[in-house]
Design a protein around this ligand. Structure first.
Ligand code: ADP
Length: 443
């Protein structure tokens, strides 16, 4: 039966019979019963052996006296044997043979005697024996006790085993209940109680919760990204459609060419937005694969400066790198060079974009305590205090900057990449004087 068609809910009796607790109990009781039977099987020959050796000791001790009385004479011996038997003592069976081995006298149940000792006394040979009935009697007395003990043991093992198995498997039932609730309602916020005992089942609960947490973050991230995309793609796509429609209707080839160029521009914008959104959700959900290596941050800053030199020059903004160190004092961090360069480039892009002609943008590299720090400082317009908490949100653009080109995704990507590296990014800003973005990475 495939897992897709397999019913999760079985009828109650079938469920009880299939339950792990039931099967554990059945196994436990079976093993317990088998050990009791094995114990009984071993106990019978051992007890018989003990009784036999006891009988042998008793017979040996009596043989001496029997031989002594027999050496007085056979008639005296016969009398003595019969008298002591009449007293009701537990006398052994007796057989006396003559020199040729013929039985000349016997007393008691000689036929069933199993434990036998013998000694020569004058012209005779006396044999003493006990029937093996001793063990039989003990065995008969013990049998009902053994059966009662076996049954009581079985009952106790079944009840105790079931209680222990149910208690031991309680976390598994909680896990199954949570999994059932998640699969039937899709509610990923459900959690299994963690008992903190540190045993295997507790570890399973912790891992299960961690898996749910991760799935919740992934699904949440996907939903948010999807909402953003749906919301923000509508405008450029409508524009794209409108431009194409107008070009199609008119009969003016140069205007149609211009419209096509606009369409390409618009679709590039859409593609860039989609790529960035996907990068952000990959980084935020921990799916971004980072190629972490020790990277000298000074070199990284100089590469970004080279990349933006021309743009800054055209914008009339001075662009500089400060610090970073050379040789031994070089500030390095364990980072993915490509991703961190992308984040730094976004910060520099913003700084140049939002700084008026004649301003200055500096890239600083420093070590502060255990952290490696990258700072992008500008003398630009600054960010209004009410906008500051929102600038790292996806697709947010503060009021004064709407006139500049941009998707409102740059800072979200910066924050996601830096967080994926285990670091953080902060902003300080003063309207009219400039802003400072600080990226802190664990050394
Ligand atoms: P975009 O620059 O594409 O609009 P970002 O996510 O990079 O999107 O930035 C979000 C908003 O934060 C910008 O729209 C702008 O209002 C503000 N901002 C970011 N960097 C600066 C800066 N250096 N100076 C002033 N405002 C900034």
């Amino acid at each position: 039966m495939s897992s897709a068609t397999r019913p999760l809910e079985l009828p109650a009796p079938a469920r009880a019979a299939r339950s792990l607790a039931f099967r554990l109990t059945a196994w436990y009781a079976a093993v317990f019963a088998a050990s009791l039977v094995a114990l009984a099987v071993l106990a019978v020959p051992i007890t018989a052996e003990v009784l036999r050796s006891q009988d042998t000791v008793v017979l040996e001790s009596r043989l001496e006296r029997h031989a002594a009385v027999l050496s007085v004479g056979l008639p005296q011996y016969q009398r003595a044997v019969e008298q002591s038997a009449a007293l009701g003592e537990r006398e052994p069976a007796v057989r006396v043979r003559d020199g040729e081995g013929r039985t000349v006298y016997q007393h008691g149940d000689v036929g069933s005697a199993r434990v036998v000792t013998a000694r020569v006394a004058g012209a005779f040979r006396v044999e003493l024996g006990y029937a093996s009935g001793a063990l039989g009697a003990v065995g008969r007395r013990l049998q009902p006790v053994a059966v009662a003990l076996l049954l009581a043991g079985l009952l106790l093992s079944a009840v105790g085993g079931l209680a222990l198995a149910r208690k031991g498997l309680a976390p598994v039932r909680a896990l199954a209940a949570a999994a059932r609730a998640v699969s039937s309602s899709g509610d990923l916020s459900r959690r299994v109680p963690e008992r903190g005992t540190g045993d295997e089942l507790d570890e399973l609960s912790v891992l299960f919760n961690r898996m749910l947490e991760r799935n919740q973050a992934l699904v949440g991230g996907m939903r948010a990204a999807l909402d953003d995309v749906a919301h923000d793609l509508r405008t450029p796509l409508t524009r794209l459609r409108g431009t194409a429609e107008v070009a199609l209707r008119g009969d003016d080839p140069p205007a149609a060419r211009e419209a096509l160029a606009l369409c390409i521009e618009e679709s590039d914008r859409v593609l860039a937005m989609l790529r960035t959104l996907m990068d952000i959700s990959e980084a935020e959900t921990g799916l971004m694969r980072l190629d972490l290596r020790p990277v000298p941050l000074g070199r990284l800053a100089r590469e970004v400066k080279d990349l933006y030199e021309l743009v800054a020059e055209q914008a009339g903004v001075a662009l500089e790198v400060e610090g970073g160190g050379d040789g031994d004092r070089e500030v390095t961090a364990q980072v993915d060079a490509v991703r961190l360069r992308q984040a730094l480039a976004n910060l520099v892009d913003n700084a140049v974009k939002y700084t008026p002609r004649g301003g200055r943008v500096s890239l600083e590299v420093a070590r502060e305590g255990a952290d490696a720090v990258l700072r992008v400082r500008d003398t630009g317009a600054g960010i209004p205090p009410e906008a500051r908490p929102r600038i790292f949100d996806r697709l947010y653009r503060a009021e004064p900057s709407r006139s500049k080109p941009g998707l409102g995704l740059g800072l979200s990507l910066v924050r996601a990449i830096v967080a994926a590296h285990g670091g953080r990014v902060d902003v300080e800003s003063s309207v009219g004087r400039g802003s400072v973005f600080t990226v802190r990475l664990p050394g």
